[in-house]
Write a protein that binds this ligand. Structure first.
Ligand code: NAI
Ligand code: NAD
Ligand code: ISE
Length: 337
């Protein structure tokens, strides 16, 4: 069976997901695309030689009779509207992070999905599908380094555009750590503080960069995450877990080691598309397979909500400089499987 997919938002990740669904993965075809910039959508169709219709708005695409599932890859503030419309149409929807830009927006989605009575939403948190994070989790679960006591993490981008603001370091960038560390530790956050080191002159004047986010979890683990989105040198994701009896570190992406010009070196990637290329493939193939099998199992609307509750607390902590509590209500039974 082949799943007919409609895609809303044909920017950087929309184009990449369209390429993967139409050229790499099994069991799907792109039949509809939309972008507020119509030329963007039309260009993807011609560049990839797709047999897909270009829609003038996302709502019409969702309602189209031949669209069986929806990918939402437009910019964050538009996600809530499209996910709610897909739920209202009873269609499965894969939504890029963030599920919505506020916790209240995510809650609206959780409530609509529960009312529908069956899971329809998967959030594009791909790091739990990454081979390196999976290997790290296996080490932690096996007990080889005892219980995790501290985590030292870093999320570095080479540069960001002028539209990127200080709160986006949380809602757009840190949101990946917020999700994956919850999954890695099987724990939830109880408080957060954000501190700002000396500012990089490479950042636009309005952007505070870098930032350090300090979490405490329910089990008492302490986490520091450095977010540095103008680090210049590459796209670099680090995660080191200090346990009771040892240390476990996220593996580096594999790269050829070179001896040349009196240097020993390995390459550092520069683009998130390449760093997590396998994880994106696995998460989307999982979505397609699950939709065809009739049961979604990937990151849920609840995971999107939980991340957003923590993100809201981080943004409040950016503004106040205080330690801010993170208060997540208990997970409804609906999301237990
Ligand atoms: P982008 O700016 O390159 O593309 C977004 C596209 O959405 C643009 O073409 C824009 O015209 C379109 N768009 C915006 N509002 C729309 C609307 N209401 N209806 C239809 N189209 C609309 O952005 P990018 O980098 O592709 O990011 C898109 C989403 O994917 C964001 O939510 C971002 O956080 C997420 N993302 C996730 C990544 C991951 O690692 N999981 C990596 C990059 C992005
Ligand atoms: P982008 O700016 O390249 O693309 C966004 C696209 O959405 C643009 O083409 C824009 O025209 C379109 N758009 C915006 N509002 C729209 C609307 N109302 N209707 C239709 N189209 C609309 O951004 P991007 O980097 O592709 O990011 C898009 C989303 O993907 C964001 O939510 C981002 O957080 C997420 N993202 C996720 C990852 C990841 O690793 N999972 C990586 C990058 C981006
Ligand atoms: C982008 O939207 C992503 O999701 C990338 O994974 C992240 O590294 C980047 O900071 C975001 O802007």
């Amino acid at each position: 069976m082949t799943l007919n997919i409609g895609v809303i938002g044909t920017g950087a990740i929309g184009r990449d997901h369209i390429r993967r669904c139409s050229k790499v993965l099994q069991g799907s075809r792109i039949v509809a695309v939309n972008d507020i910039n119509r030329d963007n959508a039309a260009k993807v169709v011609s560049d990839l030689k797709l047999d897909a219709k270009v829609y003038d708005n996302g709502q019409d695409l969702i309602k189209a009779a031949d669209v069986q599932a929806v990918l939402v890859t437009s910019w964050g503030p538009s996600h809530e509207e499209f996910v709610l419309a897909a739920i209202a149409a009873g269609k499965p929807v894969f939504c890029e992070k963030p599920l919505a830009v506020t916790a209240q927006g995510c809650k609206n989605i959780v409530e609509a999905e529960a009312k529908h009575g069956k899971r329809l939403v998967q959030v594009g948190f791909m790091r739990p599908y990454d081979r390196g994070y999976r290997a790290l989790k296996q080490v932690l679960t096996s007990g080889q380094i005892g219980e995790p006591l501290m985590l030292h993490c870093a999320h570095r981008n080479p540069t960001v555009g002028e539209a990127y603001t200080t709160d986006m370091a949380i809602t757009d960038t840190l949101i990946h750590e917020i999700d994956v560390l919850r999954w890695l530790l099987d724990d939830d956050y109880v408080s957060v503080q954000v501190v700002f080191p000396r500012k990089s002159p490479k950042a636009f004047p309005h952007l505070k960069d870098p930032q350090i986010v300090l979490f405490e979890t329910a089990k008492g683990t302490r986490i520091d995450v450095e977010i540095f989105v103008n680090c210049q040198y590459g796209y670099d994701i680090q995660c080191e877990v200090v346990g009771e009896t040892g240390i476990a570190k996220l593996p580096e992406p594999s790269s050829v080691q070179m001896r040349s010009g009196a240097r020993l070196s390995t390459e550092i990637l520069t683009d998130w598309k390449d760093r997590f290329i396998d994880a994106y493939d696995v998460e989307l193939q999982g979505f397609i397979n699950d939709v065809l099998a009739g049961k979604l199992t990937g990151p849920s609307a609840w995971d999107g909500y939980a991340a957003s509750v923590a993100a809201d607390a981080c943004v409040a902590a950016q503004l106040s400089g205080e330690i801010v509590p993170v208060t997540l209500p208990p997970r409804p039974a609906f999301y237990n499987h």
